[in-house]
Ligand binder design. Structure first.
Ligand code: NAD
Length: 529
């Protein structure tokens, strides 16, 4: 299936450009010349030799490997393996399952650098961010390991001294289908709750970023998971639909775009299967004139330019109160222009490459369209060609701030999923709330103000799954994550609810957390609804 041995440079330690031949992993090379499917405890080659697709390294544009999609027979084998593993796994106590998961978390910690570098090579995001993704994956597994032994039913006293009890039952084989922006993290976020609750999983990563999910499969095995507990099938739309339709798949947990989510729901409905849908967003970020401007500017950067802007929860509609508009814009443009773009494996890089050439073209098209519709490009929005000749085939662009935006513009209405911030001005709280909620999506929202009462009043009225106060895009694993309206159904990291048959009420918490260093903001505070 694969052409090359994945080799990346030790550029995380060396700032000087290196030749493509010198791109070798600093922590030992990861072999992708072997198959990337994994079921029943082994890597497997898919039989389809005709429909192979290239997998690219976004930083350079070179072909990393060729991916043959899994067909119906292979998906069936993976599901059968998962079904076999389900029997013994579901009989274990929570503590026994937790032991395997904790061991997996330890292995992830010990291989942090290697996994992060592999993610960078396949995804294009900066190494500093990739490390945080690996940490989030590990923490999620640890968190669910902790929950595994707490899953319990109820004891109900009935008249006459009799009683009833409920049991939390695992569902069986769960399917996970992931997007390309957080490949390793999504695989962990999907598998950790499923496995903790006693289920097994067949996971399909995006065909654009197939590499790191199989590392997770090997890690679970090494940690003591039974063969077939966590399996990986590679492929695109067709492979995904084989999974959704498979009669032995009990639940589908999906992360991706709204149109695909609609199809997943339709397919799952045929088998009356529950779904969790983590879909797209077009989230508002509201900056009131009394906010700490320095913090608000940092927040806007954090809300728009992490992972080259390819973050579902990004606050891309930045509403700024009229009184501070020019001051805010001046500062946000100055900081945006200072973002170091380039080789994502370098420690100094703050913005790497977009995930693919077609995606880069799509994002640049949105900028052109914004200009046609009357927006002003205040900075960026152009292809970027790094000085290093080995990176010239990469998919880079300069982060973009759009001014003079209005609510009707395409850049304000549609998810761009790239480094493009649209700035809008507003006069009153009432007006901005109405405009912020005027969207079919509702994944996240943010508010910057020094007025605590206003912050909570606004958050209460924002129709969004996660609302951030004076920070943005902080997603601690203990806090639920998911959308309102067309941004999705269900919550990741809520608790065991979505992988067992019992029911619980929605969670609501505040939390403190540190943010990623390069777009960091303060004071951190998260309010999730
Ligand atoms: P996508 O919808 O194109 O693909 C997502 C996954 O679905 C891929 O693995 C793809 O192969 C698979 N797929 C596509 N068609 C399918 C079908 N008919 N049946 C089964 N599987 C199918 O999304 P993408 O381009 O990979 O990711 C970007 C999108 O994901 C953005 O909209 C972003 O907002 C969203 N996203 C949401 C979250 C969240 O938590 N809400 C997180 C990350 C990304």
């Amino acid at each position: 299936m694969m052409l090359l041995r994945l080799a990346v440079s030790p550029r995380s330690r060396v700032a000087a450009p290196l030749s493509a031949a010198a791109r070798t992993l600093s922590s030992g090379s990861v072999d992708i010349s072997v198959p990337l499917n994994f079921w029943a405890g082994q890597r497997r080659t898919s039989r389809d030799k005709c429909n192979k697709e290239n997998v690219y390294e976004p930083a350079t544009g070179r072909v990393l490997c060729h991916l043959g999609p899994c067909g119906a027979a292979e998906v069936d084998q993976a599901v059968k393996a998962a079904k076999l593993a389900f029997e013994p796994w579901s009989k274990l106590s929570g503590m026994e399952r937790a032991r395997v998961m904790i061991e997996a978390a330890h292995i992830i910690e010990s291989r942090r650098e290697e996994i992060a570098e592999t993610e960078v090579v396949n995804n294009g995001k900066s190494i500093t961010e990739a490390r945080l993704d690996v940490d989030s994956a590990r923490l999620c597994i640890e968190y669910y390991a902790g929950l595994a032994s707490t899953l319990a039913g109820q004891h109900v006293q009935l008249p006459g001294g009799s009683f009833a009890y409920t049991r939390r039952e695992p569902l069986g084989v769960c399917a996970g289908i992931g997007a390309w922006n957080y490949p390793f993290q999504i695989a962990a976020w999907k598998s950790a709750p499923a496995l903790a609750c006693g289920n097994s999983m067949v996971f399909k990563p995006s065909p654009v970023t197939p590499v790191t999910a199989v590392l997770l499969a090997e890690i679970y095995m090494q940690a003591g998971a039974p063969e077939g507990l966590f399996n990986v099938v590679q492929g695109g739309q067709e492979t995904g639909s084989f999974l959704c339709h498979h009669p032995d798949v009990a639940k589908v947990s999906f992360t991706g775009s709204i149109p695909t989510g609609q199809k997943i729901m339709e397919m799952a409905s045929k088998g009356v299967k529950p779904v969790t849908l983590e879909l797209g967003g077009k989230s508002p970020l509201i900056i009131f004139q009394d906010s700490d401007l320095e913090n608000a500017v940092r927040g806007a950067l954090m809300a728009n330019f992490l992972s080259q802007g390819q973050v579902c929860s990004n606050g891309t509609r930045v509403f700024v109160q009229r009184e501070i508009l020019s001051e805010f814009v001046e500062e946000v443009v100055r900081r945006t222009q200072a973002i170091a773009i380039g080789d994502p494996l370098l420690e100094s890089t703050r913005m790497g490459a977009l995930v693919s050439r077609p995606h880069l073209e799509k994002v640049l098209y949105f900028v052109e369209k914004a200009k046609e519709e009357g927006a002003t490009v205040l900075c960026g929005g152009e292809r970027f060609v790094p000085a290093d000749p080995t990176l010239r085939g990469g998919y880079y662009m300069t982060p973009c701030v759009l001014g003079d935006c209005t609510d009707e513009m395409t850049c304000v209405k549609e998810e761009i999923f790239g480094p493009v911030m649209s700035v809008l001005s507003f006069e009153t709280e009432e007006e901005v709330l109405q405009r912020a909620n005027d969207t079919t999506m509702g994944l996240a929202a943010g508010v910057f103000t020094r007025d605590v009462a206003r912050a909570h009043r606004v958050v209460e009225q924002l129709k969004a799954g996660s609302c951030f106060i004076n920070n943005y895009n902080i997603t601690p694993v203990e806090v639920p994550f998911g959308g309102f309206k067309m941004s999705g159904i269900g919550r990741e990291r809520l608790d065991a609810d979505f992988y067992t048959t019992a029911n619980v009420s929605r969670d609501e918490r505040e939390n403190e957390n540190s943010s990623s260093d390069h777009f960091s903001i303060h004071p951190p505070q998260v309010h999730t609804t």
